[in-house]
Design a protein around this ligand. Structure first.
Ligand code: UD1
Ligand code: CA
Length: 468
């Protein structure tokens, strides 16, 4: 294993081809900014120090990626990757080995980077290169007849013959820091783009008679840069395909591995099944034998064993016990805790509430800021009125309570164990345990009542009036 390198990540460019107000390196891939993927890869090398060069949208980039181990340095204006590297070196230790990486190449594998660092420790300039089917737009690696690397030439500076080379520069370079500093100080912007190219250091090393090593990968996706939204979408599919594959091999059934999106971490027990079109965000854990129906969104959710989440449910920051039935069309909002055997049915919303074992709210209900006991039946159309326009108040509902349909429980309120709330009631005072509480007006019927009728319109077909 290589010693701890210094790392510079270049992320100051505007990313014009994204055509976006959001800086390119903040565009999300699998739910995380592009540059966060690169940072995760370099952190696996346990670097001595990491500097990130920011420029375009620097405030936003720095706010989004801030971390104790990360130092930001600004490049303004962006004058090329060589200029960015020079600025980064000013913020890093002057000795050891430095690895330069690009903030827009998200899937770069840590082991390939470790290989570069090892090569650089031997006193070499080390490049990560790749053979690709579609090299258009990328820097090409020029090799001598004996195979040794001579230079990198950018697409726009390349001759027709050089453009047919299929070995490309991935943008990741490692070298002894002192040499790198010496080379980048001598770069000139004499090229088609008028920029200081980091890639020109290769020819400088060769001119000094220094060996240049190349580590070549053949997995194109792992070194693909994101320059536009089509490339971003293509990488998103690759990441999702990889995650789906890993899940299936670990024992999860996916109805269709091409129709799942994991934008955080998803940990599944055994025999979990996931239907099509589901989106997982944050940290989601699904226990043994649980199933997720089609088109559900789960963000920071724990699903207990044997629980069934039915179609079109939207679940956010909740913990769901074993053998529950949720949905279809259920909404769980942050702070929801459901014990075992709980049923939450269609168009039921639960927020910041706990429900005890075997409690049920099967249709069209709202439970907010409530503590609900076990075996409670919460009727269709009933709600907790938890908000008085200024403050939120809690509802305490005991065990074995039966709340009829269409009730309004005006919080703060408490309903004792075994109480029954008659359908259609508006409850403001405590409902005692074991009793029936209701506020319903008496039913009455008026025998000879007539419905109001509209006055006949002149000209209407049944008005008898004639038209000429
Ligand atoms: C660069 C390489 C090219 C390589 C390709 C791989 C150079 C000159 N070219 O080209 O050989 O094949 O990556 O994807 O190095 N950046 C700055 N400051 C700047 C310019 C760029 O920080 O002044 C950052 C950008 O934010 C971006 C990265 O460097 O994250 C790469 O810049 P980009 O303009 O995308 O370079 P490419 O044209 O892709
Ligand atoms: Ca790029």
């Amino acid at each position: 294993m290589a010693a701890a390198p210094n790392v510079a990540i270049l992320a100051a460019g505007q990313g014009k081809r994204m055509r976006s107000a959001l800086p390119k390196v903040l565009h999300p891939l699998a739910g995380r900014p592009l540059a966060a993927h690169v940072l995760a890869a370099v952190r696996e090398l346990r670097p001595r120090a990491i500097a990130m060069v920011t420029g375009h949208g620097a405030d936003d980039v720095e706010a989004a990626l801030a971390a104790p181990d990360l130092r930001f340095v600004r490049q303004d204006p962006p004058r090329g990757t060589g200029d960015a590297t020079r600025i980064a070196l000013g913020a890093l230790p002057a000795d050891g080995v430095t690895l330069i990486g690009l903030g827009d190449v998200p899937l770069v594998p840590a082991d390939a980077l470790a290989r570069l660092v090892e090569m650089a420790e031997g006193g070499r300039l080390a490049l990560l290169t790749a053979r690709v089917r579609e090299p258009f737009g990328l820097g090409r690696v020029l090799r001598a007849a004996d195979g040794s690397v001579q230079a990198i030439v950018e697409e726009r500076d390349a001759t027709e013959a050089q453009r047919s080379i299929d070995e490309i520069n991935t943008g990741f370079i490692a070298a002894p820091t002192a040499m790198l500093a010496r080379w980048v100080a001598r770069l000139t912007p004499h090229n088609a783009q008028g920029e200081y190219y980091l890639t020109d250091v290769v020819a400088m090393a060769v001119a000094e008679g220094l060996p240049v090593g190349a580590h070549t990968v053949d997995d194109e996706a792992s070194v693909a840069g994101v320059n536009d939204r089509a490339q971003l979408a293509a990488l998103e599919r690759i990441v999702q395909r990889r995650r789906a594959q890993a899940l299936m091999l670990a024992g999860t059934s996916l109805a269709d591995p091409d129709r799942i999106d994991i934008r955080g971490s998803l940990a599944c027990g055994r025999d979990v099944t996931i239907d099509i079109g589901c989106v997982f965000e944050g940290d989601v854990r699904i226990d043994d034998g649980a199933s997720i129906g089609p088109y559900c969104v789960l963000r920071d959710i724990d699903v207990g064993p044997g629980t069934r989440i039915e179609a079109f449910s939207h679940l956010d920051s909740a913990s769901i016990g074993r053998n529950c039935r949720i949905g279809p069309y259920a909404r769980l909002r942050p702070g929801t805790k459901l014990a075992e055997d709980v049923h939450i049915g269609n168009f039921v919303e639960v927020k910041a509430s706990t429900l005890g074992a075997a409690s049920k709210a099967n249709h069209l209900a709202y439970i907010g800021d409530a503590t609900v006991g076990s075996r409670v039946n919460y009727g269709a159309g009933s709600i907790t009125a938890n908000y008085d326009g200024a403050n939120k108040h809690r509802s305490i509902i005991g065990d074995d309570v039966h709340v009829g349909s269409n009730c309004v429980l005006i919080a703060p309120i408490s309903v004792g164990d075994g109480a029954t709330i008659g359908g259609g009631s508006t409850i403001v005072h405590e409902a005692p345990a074991g009793q029936l509480t209701l506020t319903r007006a008496k039913q009455l019927s008026i025998a000879r009542w007539r419905r109001p009728r509209k006055p006949a319109k002149p000209g209407a077909p049944d008005s008898g009036a004639k038209t000429e």
